[in-house]
Design a protein around this ligand. Structure first.
Ligand SMILES: [Fe+2]
Length: 159
């Protein structure tokens, strides 16, 4: 996504969150250590589906501005998924009396929420408008661009 984004702010945002994600993996290790549980890898069909969908969308969009809007939509689908998972884990850790673990995971939850908010801000402030303006400038491509935005929007959870 860092490579595909053509807006400097969006590119920087993706890069920042990539760094944060590496820190989040360390926090997961901390949580497992506190719980005295050995972490194991597992398949996650839900996130695999979200990633597959994002790759599909990216492959279907030629226009750079529309692509930026679609990248935000796809990234927010990932963030929303992460928010549900970390939100549940924090709640369960608290319920089980593991406030130490809840505290570690809550740091990640806050980062995910902040990232989602930041993406909404970038989209609303400029990217979505620029993508929509692109359609108007190229009437021959209106239908294609509209379809691209619809495809991108279908990846957004209805919240
Ligand atoms: Fe994230």
């Amino acid at each position: 996504m860092v490579e595909k984004a053509s807006d400097a702010e969006l590119k920087k945002g993706f890069r920042t969150h990539l760094k944060q994600t590496r820190g989040q993996i360390k926090r997961l290790d901390q949580a497992f250590k506190r719980l005295k549980v050995k972490p194991e890898g597992t398949k996650c069909p839900a996130i695999d589906g979200i990633i597959d969908e994002a790759n599909e969308i990216v492959g279907e969009i030629d226009d750079k501005m529309v692509l930026n809007a679609a990248l935000i939509a796809a990234a927010q689908a990932v963030e929303h998924y992460e928010i549900t998972r970390y939100g549940t884990l924090v709640a369960w850790a608290k319920l089980l009396g593991r406030n130490d673990v809840a505290k570690v995971l809550n740091m990640t939850l806050k980062e995910e929420k902040a990232t989602d908010k930041k993406l909404t801000g970038i989209a609303k402030r400029k990217i979505n408008r620029k993508a929509a303006a692109r359609q108007r400038k190229r009437p021959d491509a209106v239908e294609r661009a509209e379809n691209s935005m619809l495809v991108a929007a279908s990846g957004i959870p209805a919240v």
